[in-house]
Design a protein. Structure first.
Length: 317
């Protein structure tokens, strides 16, 4: 069987061909699959072996058994769920590093966390902030709005427009669309978010770390960060275009009962147009994901060194 994969950036196609193809392997039950995907003007090929359903079940069973075996015998202490965000100070440079692995609120804990973090930053006179959203699959864009309340110097928005295809399933999901006719596409213009009064607003330099795993709300955050010139982006380009589809209607096919999900919304991120389906948020300094943090700290150290030289010159004058 030959499948032609023509959507998404190259890194997404490679991942899909090598990893996500397993669901098709089970469903279609072919001995192997030859996946062709376009990369620029060339066509690349990846061959994936099929897998029987019983083998898949056995692999999952073995994997879960191995995880259970690693747990200490007799340890019945409840496992504390780790929140998708953390903050630390890089002492040599007195730089704050804020790591955000998901744009989900973490049981509502983020609001208090942000206030405490930026209060601490102000108290310690920190001049540089690194925000790490590498390998961040997204979540709620409202999380990004809340972070911008601390680092933006002007009103902002993450999206210019949202186009919605109206249908009965879309109306079932969100009753608001019941006022529109099925089959129509309704456009909604997104308004700016006003800045609240915030005594902890950060006025130093901000560095944003991104990579090919920065998706969805992570992507819209990076796009707005770039559009409003909030700082420097270090790492890799984000994982999806600035004009892209999101949200979805799900269900099961009538004959096979296969689960499906299909997007019914198109989002134009701030500054984007309908033609930007192959336009990505690019870094100011391009390095591999693994090197992004070290590179940002190097840039900060070099900036500090130059600042010190200028300060010494002024003293001598």
């Amino acid at each position: 069987m030959v499948l032609s994969l023509k959507f998404g950036p190259e890194h997404f196609r490679v991942q899909w061909a090598n990893e996500d193809m397993i669901s098709f392997s089970v469903a279609l039950n072919a001995p192997e699959y030859r996946i062709e995907y376009e990369c620029g003007d060339s066509v690349r090929v990846s061959v994936v072996k099929g897998i029987e359903y019983n083998e898949l079940v056995q692999r999952v069973t073995d994997f879960n058994a191995a995880k259970q075996h690693k747990r200490k015998e007799g340890d019945n202490k409840p496992v504390r769920k780790r929140l998708p965000f953390e903050y630390r100070i890089h002492e040599p440079l007195n730089t704050a590093i804020f790591t955000l692995k998901s744009f989900s609120y973490g049981n509502g804990a983020l609001d208090g966390f942000l206030k405490d973090m930026f209060s601490d930053i102000k108290k310690k006179h920190i001049r540089d902030l690194v925000i790490d959203i590498r390998d961040n699959g997204g979540g709620d864009s409202g999380v990004g709005d809340e972070i911008f309340q601390y680092i933006s110097r002007r009103k902002f928005r993450q999206f210019d427009r949202m186009d919605v295809k109206i249908s009965t399933p879309a109306k079932r999901k969100e009753d608001y669309y019941s006022r529109y006719d099925n089959g129509t596409v309704q456009s909604f213009v997104i308004k700016n978010k006003r800045l609240r009064k915030n005594r902890y607003r950060f006025n130093g330099d901000v560095y944003l770390l991104t990579d090919n795993g920065t998706f969805s709300s992570g992507n819209s955050f990076a796009c707005a960060f770039r559009y409003y010139d909030m700082g420097m982006i270090v790492g890799e380009k984000c994982g999806e275009p600035v004009a892209d589809f999101g949200d979805y209607i799900s269900g099961h096919l009538p004959n096979t009962d296969f689960y499906y999900g299909v997007s019914h919304k198109m989002f134009l991120l701030v500054g984007a147009t309908e033609d930007d389906v192959n336009t990505f948020v690019l870094p100011d300094v391009e390095v591999s994901s693994a090197r992004a943090l070290d590179e940002a700290l190097k840039i900060i150290a070099e900036k500090r060194s130059k600042d010190n030289v200028r300060a010494n010159r002024r003293k001598q004058e």
